[in-house]
Ligand binder design. Structure first.
Ligand code: PGA
Ligand code: ZN
Length: 379
């Protein structure tokens, strides 16, 4: 593939923030998301601003004109650009789309056959809303079914039923409900709802606690803990005990960031019958994954390509994790665009889980792309 034209422009993400979109050869487009509960160790999304990156790329587009891209590792070309993680990633994804004629998954892995399980964000709070909400950032639905389509439909149906039961229209940045109930009441409510199968499918519960967001002065500060006990301040060991009791009582299959982002040792004390997942703890950074593995902190990691600002490094950490029996979960960000590249990467790199919302066009674009890929693979 040869680059004939390269254009950058500003678009708005789902939170109405500026982000970058690249177009190559007039036909291939990619854009990148931004986080709200970003980890301290993430690369900066923009060295200056999205606007600065867009202007720079439009001024220097000649630099890439007539360059040809023949294989995945040619994308390394973009990595010495000093514009921040998001511009690099947008350039790499657009180029990959152009190289593959928009079929990234097939181009990277012609034999790919496995579709990920969606972790669907159904109720939420924390830093994903300004409204009074649960202390936990995301309550996630994990359906167990053979095909992606069945998993997708089960989550969608559960979302609609939960909406009726909660009778609320308030939504977080990721399209999850914000009911006016406490953290423990939310756990009880969902646990109760999920006792019955949905469309004949068992759905398990998972959480993204995003604990760094409410960790201050060595305590986990709950503001909306339970009906009788609104505020609750927990020391590290109390937080570990609480999360372990939730894992048993609610049969949690997945717990992301149950402790603050520097506590590698604390993570190792959590009940690994559930997937104990590092997001802010690892920030898609292989060095941090290696530290975590030495201390047996986790058995799974979140993969967010823009946390590390490089598609090459993202592939490296995915391969490393898989060869060391660490499960991977590729994830959207709270401020999303319509881009569905992560769906393709999940299939290409055999990533077993994808975390997205269930509702909202930016979330559904990822899910619908996977439905399309499943159909293509089956055909
Ligand atoms: P973010 O949150 O995209 O706002 O960082 C998502 C997450 O914590 O998983
Ligand atoms: Zn997270």
């Amino acid at each position: 593939m040869r680059i004939k034209t390269l254009k950058a422009k500003i678009i708005k993400n789902s939170r109405n923030e500026n982000t970058i979109q690249i177009t190559i050869n007039k036909k291939f487009k990619a854009s990148v998301p931004s986080g709200a509960s970003t980890g301290t160790h993430e690369v900066k999304a923009y060295k200056k601003t999205a606007k600065y990156a867009v202007d720079y790329l439009n001024k220097h587009h000649d630099h890439w004109k007539n360059k040809s891209f023949d294989e995945f590792y040619d994308l390394e070309t973009f990595e010495n650009l000093n514009l921040g993680g998001n511009p690099i990633l947008a350039l790499q994804l657009t180029t990959l789309k152009a190289m593959s004629n928009n079929k990234i998954y097939k181009y990277l892995n012609p034999k790919s056959k496995i579709l990920p399980t969606p972790l669907g964000n159904v109720i939420g709070g924390g830093s994903h809303t300004k409204l009074k909400s649960s202390d936990i950032q995301e309550f996630l639905l994990i359906p167990k079914a053979k095909t992606f389509k069945e998993r997708y439909l089960a989550n969608k149906h559960a979302y609609k039923e939960i909406k009726k039961k909660l009778n609320t229209k308030k939504l977080t940045d990721e399209g999850a409900f914000i009911p006016n109930i406490s953290t423990t009441e939310t756990l009880d409510f969902l646990n109760n709802y999920l006792q019955d199968k949905v469309l004949g499918i068992k759905i398990n519960l998972g959480l993204d606690i995003a604990a760094s967001e409410f960790y201050k002065n060595k305590t986990y500060n709950y503001k909306n803990f339970s009906k009788s006990n609104k505020t609750n301040k927990l020391k590290k060991q109390e937080q570990i005990n609480l999360v372990n009791s939730w894992i048993s009582d609610y049969n949690l299959k997945y717990v992301e960031d149950p402790l603050e982002q520097e506590d590698f040792r604390g993570f190792s004390k959590l009940d690994q019958r559930a997937l104990i997942c590092g997001d802010d703890l690892i920030t898609t950074n292989i060095k941090r994954l290696k530290s975590a593995m030495q201390q047996k902190s986790i058995n799974s990691i979140i993969i967010k390509p823009n946390q590390i600002g490089s598609l090459i490094k993202t592939k490296e950490i995915v391969d490393f994790a898989h060869s060391h029996n660490i499960k991977t979960i590729i994830s959207h960000r709270s401020g999303e665009t319509l881009d569905s590249s992560i769906s393709h990467l999940a299939v290409a790199w055999k990533i077993p889980y994808i975390k997205t919302g269930i509702f909202g066009k930016e979330r559904e674009s990822k899910l619908k792309e996977l439905l399309k890929i499943e159909n293509e693979i089956k055909a």
